[in-house]
Ligand binder design. Structure first.
Ligand SMILES: Nc1nc2c(ncn2[C@@H]2O[C@H](COP(=O)(O)OP(=O)(O)OP(=O)(O)O)[C@@H](O)[C@H]2O)c(=O)[nH]1
Ligand SMILES: [Mg+2]
Length: 305
């Protein structure tokens, strides 16, 4: 798991090859096989997982939403032992908040702490639709922040970055951290950023509004004809390398939502370099921003149009 997380830090935008398990599956079957919506009973509400390194203020944020001290908060990193879910109503709709259990820094080996942090973070991620990735705005971004961020990015869940503790006096620091984010977390460029204070409750309502916007964006679907207009224009503007011209990629279709997933067909999928996939992702986002959600492109072999 750790190896995986480390790799993802260097990977600009996560991408996976489509497994060649069912090469004869028709496009329509793929679309139909996907569950509609998020596949959960409606009364449950949007699930927002709060992740971030120890002591950034995850439990404080839950308490700020609840308006009471349900979660134990302290300045000792790893305070939260057993995280429970909290249900709140926001603009007359329910939201489930999922806190993440932390770890006390008493394990002998730092590696162990990291290992268990990854496990607990992943547990929250698995149970959530949208992630609040929390950073402490009063401190520089650390490797631990970047690691949590990469877990979020590769999960395919929606991500909103929260810069917390902005009530502290932070001359220049807030600006610095905003500049740092695209460098330290290049794979999270799609994520909107909200400044919050769990202490004064500033920005915490806005964070929920943004989460709902992201949830809507995650379910957006590009009609196939529209997608192919976009792709065709992209191929003309900037042809794939290796001298195969615009014939290298024939067409594409969006096979899924939440996260938006695309299947493209090419004569030689292996010949499409990673930077070209990223270019295609950028082009798609020019028309459909998909704010707050990673998108995935799979490329499969086909000999003709
Ligand atoms: N000034 C300020 N302090 C905050 C804010 N949010 C949290 N804190 C403080 O930061 C410390 C850690 O807060 P917690 O909510 O326990 O952090 P956590 O992320 O849940 O930590 P773990 O459970 O250990 O992972 C506490 O001393 C909080 O009072 C904030 O917005 N502003
Ligand atoms: Mg906590």
């Amino acid at each position: 798991v750790r190896e995986h997380a480390r790799d993802a830090v260097h990977d600009e935008e996560h991408e996976v090859r489509f497994p060649d398990r069912a090469p004869d599956l028709l496009d329509d079957e793929i679309v139909n096989a996907l569950p509609s919506g998020n596949g959960k009973p409606e009364e449950e509400g949007l699930k927002i997982g709060i992740i971030g390194k120890p002591n950034v203020g995850k439990s404080s944020l839950v308490n700020a939403y609840l308006g009471r001290e349900q979660m134990i908060v302290s300045e000792i990193p790893g305070t939260t032992r057993d995280a429970v879910d909290s249900r709140i109503m926001w603009r007359k709709e329910p939201i489930i908040l999922v806190d993440t259990a932390g770890l006390k820094r008493r394990a002998r080996v730092t590696e162990d702490i990291d290992y268990y942090s990854v496990l607990r973070t992943n547990k929250t991620i698995d149970r959530s639709d949208i992630l609040f990735l929390m950073l402490d705005a009063s401190e520089p971004i650390t490797n631990q922040d970047a690691r949590v961020a990469s877990l979020a990015a590769e999960s395919g869940k929606g991500v909103v970055l929260l810069l917390n503790k902005t009530d502290k006096d932070l001359p220049d620091q807030l600006e610095k951290i905003r500049e740092e984010i695209p460098h330290r977390m290049p794979f999270l460029k799609f994520a909107p950023i909200v400044s919050t204070s769990a202490e004064t409750r500033r920005g915490i309502g806005r964070a929920l509004d943004v989460a709902r916007e992201v949830e809507t964006a995650r379910h957006e679907k590009i009609p196939t004809s529209k997608l192919n207009d976009i792709i065709e224009a992209a191929l003309i503007r900037n042809a794939p390398p290796a001298g195969r011209g615009k014939n290298q990629i024939f067409y594409g279709t969006q096979t899924g939502v939440a996260p938006p997933t695309f299947l493209f067909f090419a004569k030689e999928p292996e010949a499409v370099p990673p930077f070209y996939r990223k270019y295609l992702m950028r082009v798609i986002r020019e028309t459909y921003p998909y704010e707050g959600t990673p998108i995935f492109i799979h490329i499969r072999k086909r000999d003709h149009r």
